[in-house]
Design a protein around this ligand. Sequence first.
Ligand code: MN
Ligand code: MN
Length: 417
Amino acid sequence: MESFSRRNMLAAGAAGAALAAASSAAHAATFGNPDEPPQGKINANPGSFRDPGPQNPALSSQFPDAVDPPATDIGDLAQFWSSFNNAHKRVQNGGWARQVTQADFAISDTFSGVNMRLAAGGIRELHWHLAAEWAIMTYGHCRVTVLDQKGRPYVQDVKEGDLWYFPAGFPHSLQGLGPDGCEFVIAFDDGNASEFNTLLVTDWFAHTPPAILAKNFGAAEETFKSIPLNDLWIFQGKEPGPLAEAQAAVASSAGSPPFPFTFSLSGVKPFRDNKSGTLQIADSTSFNVSKTVAAALQTIKPGGLRELHWHPNADEWQYWIKGEGRMGVFNAGPRVQTQDFKPGDIGYVKRAAGHYIENTGTTDLVLVAVFRAAEYQEVSLSDWLAHTPLELVAQHLNIDPAVLAKFPKDAPGLMPA
Ligand code: MN
Ligand code: MN
């Protein structure tokens, strides 16, 4: 059963009314919806709402809030929905990748996203790039290798719910492990970063004179006679041996990095935890190396609401992992839009723009949000109002201070708490 809401009240008021437009507009005014002219299906007669086509029912059925926006939506916002689901897949023997950069998703200037699969033994070849690479594992097992700026090597295995972070320019590799490789999502801290244009070890070898390679490595030119002349990017390799052996094999006199480049986000004690779900945070205060990316793993139970809030310090890039939900975004203007999300989708909210997320499905909704910032920061609307003189708030909202006093006081994160 749907909750009691202004929207439902409005719908009830409009039900069966032949002159729906006039009557529900009046109701809208009663409930404080000032949109002029009134918007939404509840303010329209049936003829004005019908969509004669052309139509793609399979696609439009995925977006009920775009097809039939809440009457409270108003104005234009830049598209804040995108998806890996319809992104081109570059498939090679060993795995595949697809990406959504700012070229595909204009609003997303702080992050570009990559979704990658590596088969067991599949290798994303040794490479580096200009952006920092943050990633979350969503399936299977993967081995990462990286060398830091002081020549200190790091090798680790990661599983679902784990993160890695490679600072810009640090050389690294990824390899799927048994029994069935891995899948993960990378967020580069630059909207223009591309996984299809990285500095590849094979490219450099192939385009360096053999005599230079020979001198550089103190080896005979013959050593390089079989190097690949085209890059590998992703290729099928053989599964590596035990982790401890690999770690021992790469040991350097420079020592080990002071902080790990991997982190268990799903294993951290939740920052918020109640009957509607959990929020788990990983930023540079806990995942020390992650200086440019703060992350929040959000689990919202069926019927739960990620409370109205905003982030004062950074835009939010979201990867929707499980379940389904909708997000309403508010900005100055006013500009308000509501959109629906499913697994594999990407959401984006500009810094300081208000938003909420509601689980509209019957299973847990899980999404991860990243922010190009060293520290996770959030402002809760209810927490703000609860810690502002109630008489002052009451004069803004025309709500009885006694009722305001019962609003949540400690930023529950998720409601009902
Ligand atoms: Mn990389
Ligand atoms: Mn948020």
